[in-house]
Design a protein around this ligand. Structure first.
Ligand SMILES: [Zn+2]
Length: 286
């Protein structure tokens, strides 16, 4: 039995406590912001290195050298993508969705950076353009490109629905990385991680705090673009939820492919250098 949400009586000063103003956990004023003008200027005359079409309900890997750009493009119809990123020379260094959320907020857009896990904690990609930035936050608190979800997975599906579905993003990403590295699915599954939910429109309900999704506003031609700050292997899953307006973890929703384009600039952005891993000495004190 679930307990009533409010089991305990309010203290006398409840209202005063609620009125205390919040403070931002991680002010990022001390971080040097990316020089977006320089990043964008580097696109002039760039050369397309590769195109990867991610089929619906599948994932594909792609490689992006440091200082190159990659774009995830909506094609054919509204479709959400689940993105994983690893350092190309060490897949133990991977995107850290939780700390990225703590630093930049629940949803990412232009100028935000994607940070890697501990003990590396460095920006591994920077968002250089987002054609859905107009969306902002809607009346439900929903927005686009979240780092609050995890990825749809067959374990949660088994838990809640009682049967097996093999094309959840977690499984798609596992198969794609296994193929890219020539390793077994079992051996790569532990490095599949919480995603950037590209194009997905999500939030938390104001009354119960539950994670919600709604139909993505993405249209064919919309894209989100990144600069790779280090050599990256990426994997993108075209989620079985399609535009995630109804359900996921099934073959019910209409699904579409997603396109990943990789571009090499004539020269890296002016003044840009690939960031080093975090300088903390890892001694953890005496
Ligand atoms: Zn998914």
């Amino acid at each position: 039995m679930k307990l009533e949400r409010y089991e305990h009586a309010k203290p006398a000063d409840a209202d005063e406590r609620r009125k205390i103003k919040p403070v931002i956990c991680y002010p990022v004023d001390s971080l040097v912001p990316p020089d977006l003008d320089a990043y964008r200027a580097a696109r002039e005359g760039w050369e397309k290195l590769s195109e990867t079409l991610v089929p619906p309900r599948e994932a594909r890997c792609f490689d992006v050298p440091a200082g190159c750009f990659f774009r995830i493009v909506g094609v054919e119809g509204p479709q959400v993508g689940d993105l994983n990123l690893w350092a190309a020379d060490d897949i133990g260094e991977r995107f850290f969705s939780g700390k990225t959320r703590a630093l930049h907020g629940t949803h990412l857009s232009t100028g935000d950076r994607l940070w890697s896990c501990l003990p590396y904690l460095r920006p591994i990609a920077t968002i250089t353009e987002d054609t859905l930035d107009w969306y902002g936050f809607d009346a439900w608190g929903g927005s686009v490109h979240d780092v609050i979800g995890t990825r749809c997975d067959p374990y949660t599906h088994r838990l809640l629905a009682g049967d097996d579905y093999h094309h959840c993003c977690h499984s798609n990403l596992t198969r794609a990385l296994a193929d890219r590295l020539g390793r077994t699915r079992e051996s790569v599954e532990p490095v599949i991680h919480d995603v950037l939910n590209v194009f997905m429109c999500t939030g938390f309900t104001r009354d119960t705090g539950q994670y919600f999704m709604k139909a993505s506003p993405v249209r064919p031609g919309d894209f989100i673009e990144f600069l790779a700050e280090i050599d990256l292997i990426g994997a993108l899953s075209a989620c079985p939820g399609g535009d995630c307006g109804s359900e996921h973890s099934s073959d019910t929703a209409a699904c579409h492919p997603l396109l990943v384009e990789v571009y090499r600039p004539v020269a890296p952005p002016r003044g840009w250098t690939s960031p080093q891993p975090n300088a903390y000495d890892r001694s953890h004190g005496p």
